[in-house]
Design a protein around this ligand. Structure first.
Ligand code: SRM
Ligand code: SF4
Length: 572
């Protein structure tokens, strides 16, 4: 199988490789750890394996210092991420998530940047019950995290629902067929009886093998003209090509990713490159072979350089394409033309094909909760009780109440109005184009606030927008609490990455359609300086922009920042 011209980097395997190897296909000592009664936590090795089951052990960082003073162990709790390809949830599933969040979680739900639900704050003793209830609702958390293929994204664009329906089926199939085959999840959480493991069981994880992938792997399918799933940020992106109103096939793009480390130029965000075109029924083979290339040639020594984007950049795009075609036994066709308008969501009611209606609503930071004077969670629960269509979670942490019949539209509109969910126009174009990762208090890697702070910062930027007639201007703005890029900061026109409490690196110059990365404009600045910079740049944009020119393009044309033409010159 392996190509003699290509090779994986040398070096000792990272410790995570040992954990996977010794885990007996993702079992480890998790069963015992979860029953151990003294600590609310689990061992580091088991926590690594937990990811493959869709969960991370975290602690409430707001309580960390206080608990340390009291000589208590950290306030351990688990985050649980659901696998839900294409972000489609039935109303019954919505109600289950809502109930579990109240019963076992912290009373909120997070709609993630990869179109799924996360629950936070679940105690160890409640994990099994929670996963079992998710399973009963016909969802699961398998491979929602870990060194495997993750939740497959697809465009929920209600304007083209016939195409969406077809693309959604492909995303579901990819997600299901690329799952690990181990029964560890079923044994640990669903009480399936354990089958004795034998050496021949390598055959039982035929695609991944016993070591799984060197790192996480992400697939997304976009339906132009919307690039809401940020297809260029995916390890493997498919761009649907529609001909005569029918899905003809997909352009294939490889090697995207957002993560990097501060001050380490060997790590960088990268955009995926289009390498060709395939027919719909070839999509699975392409995905499988790309995954095996990453399995065989990815970096298992340095996790910071282990994503497929680094494999592609190290081996060369043409060599990876040649290897793919050799494994496929056939060649990709030449890529077809396509055009993206934007990477955001369009809000309000739209009528899709047929007589169905879809309502897209902005969810700030993707956080579903009841706030003082704004009963978002209650309102959505009431809608879920009467809704006969489905919910679609968007890749921008927003929500579509989809497939609403004309008969139901009035009732749903009334509920949207009653709970204050309808008037998205009250928000500025900037806020409607914003995204923030979870960050504090649950994310162990956060260096600064994101979800809790971006809305406050936007309140202040809105003053500048209003003074300059830019209130309705759609400018994408994203904030992450660290450089891992969970809110795809490097593909927003204004981006912030947390450096330290209250301090951010500021990035400018990404394309509005998600096709060009940003570049660092200012390092380690606080709110005052952020507002001073935007207080200069936004008025200039209002006065000097050309017709239809987006902010990300303007700052490049005006010489404010150089364009990043490839991830490899992101830091230049
Ligand atoms: Fe992420 C790790 C949250 C989308 C790149 N991400 C994490 C962890 C699990 C922190 C950890 O490892 O301890 C965060 C949990 C925080 C918490 O308290 O919930 C976390 N990532 C999220 C979510 C929930 C952000 C959100 O607010 O929506 C998103 C869940 C997606 C999902 O449903 O599967 C989320 N993460 C992303 C994305 C965006 C995407 O995939 O479209 C990226 C950038 C794209 C990419 O992967 O290149 C992303 N997350 C990372 C990385 C950096 C990976 C890298 O290549 O260096 C990490 C850290 C790691 O893997 O070591 C990370
Ligand atoms: Fe946590 Fe960093 Fe991801 Fe934000 S970007 S959720 S801080 S890992």
């Amino acid at each position: 199988m392996a190509n003699t011209k290509l090779s994986a980097p040398g070096g000792n395997p990272s410790d995570v490789e040992r954990i996977k190897r010794e885990s007996n296909y993702l079992r480890g000592t998790l069963a015992a750890s979860m029953l151990e009664p003294i600590s609310a936590g689990i061992s580091d090795d088991d926590n690594r394996l937990m990811k493959f089951h869709g969960s991370y052990l975290q602690d409430d960082r707001d309580l960390r210092n206080e608990r340390q003073k009291q000589k208590l162990e950290p306030a351990y709790q688990f985050m649980l991420r659901v696998r839900m390809p294409g972000g489609v949830a039935q109303p019954g599933q919505w109600l289950v998530m809502d109930e579990l969040a109240q019963k076992y979680g912290n009373g909120t739900l997070k709609l993630t940047t990869r179109q799924t639900f996360q629950m936070h704050g679940i105690l160890k003793w409640n994990m099994k019950k929670t996963i079992q209830s998710i399973h009963q609702s016909l969802l699961d958390t398998i491979a929602a995290c870990g060194d495997v293929n993750r939740n497959v994204m697809c465009n929920p664009n209600p304007y083209q629902s016939d195409i969406h329906a077809e693309v959604y089926e492909w995303s579901k199939r990819l997600s299901n067929d690329l799952l690990p085959r181990t029964r560890a999840y079923h044994e640990l959480w669903l009480d399936e009886e354990m089958v004795a493991s034998t050496p021949e069981q390598d055959a039982y994880e035929p695609m991944y093998g016993p070591l799984y992938l060197p790192r996480k792997f992400k697939i997304g399918i976009a339906v132009p003209p919307s690039n809401d799933i940020d297809v260029f940020s995916q390890d493997l992106g498919f761009i649907a090509i529609v001909e005569d109103g029918k899905l003809a096939g997909f352009n294939v793009a490889i090697g995207g990713g957002m993560g990097m480390s501060h001050g380490d130029k060997e790590t960088y965000p990268q955009v995926a490159k289009v390498i060709g075109y395939c027919k719909p029924d070839q999509i699975y083979d392409v995905a499988e072979k790309i995954i095996t290339i990453q399995r065989d040639y990815g970096n298992r020594s340095q996790r910071k350089n282990a994503r497929f984007k680094y494999t592609v950049d190290r081996l060369g795009l043409d060599n990876v394409k040649a290897e793919l075609e050799s494994r496929l036994g056939w060649s990709l066709e030449t890529a077809k033309p396509y055009h993206f308008n934007d990477n955001g969501d369009r809000y309000g009611w739209v009528q899709g094909v047929g007589d169905k209606w879809h309502f897209t609503m902005f969810i700030q930071g993707g956080r579903i909760a009841d706030y003082d004077g704004f009963q978002l969670m209650t309102g959505l629960r009431e809608i879920a009780k009467v809704h006969t269509g489905d919910f679609r979670l968007t890749a921008n942490q927003n929500l579509i109440v989809a497939d609403v019949t004309p008969q139901k539209k009035e009732e749903i509109t009334e509920l949207l109005g009653r709970y204050g969910l309808i008037d998205v126009q009250q928000y500025s174009g900037l806020r409607r184009s914003s995204m923030a990762c979870v960050a504090l208090p649950t994310c162990g890697l956060a260096m600064a606030e994101a979800e809790r702070y971006l809305p406050v910062l936007i309140d202040k930027i809105e003053g500048i927008l209003d003074e300059n007639g830019l209130r309705n201007e759609e400018i994408t703005i994203r904030m992450t609490g660290c450089p891992n890029g969970c809110a795809r900061h490097a593909l927003s026109e204004i981006g912030f990455i947390g450096k330290a409490p209250g301090k951010y690196n500021m990035y400018l110059g990404a394309a509005f359609d998600g096709s060009r990365l940003s570049k660092m404009y200012r390092e380690n600045i606080g709110e005052e300086e952020i507002l001073r910079e935007l207080g200069t740049l936004l008025p200039r944009y209002a006065k000097e922009r050309e017709s239809g020119e987006h902010f990300g393009d303007f700052v490049i044309r005006a010489g404010v920042i150089a364009a990043t033409t490839d991830g490899t010159n992101f830091h230049d």
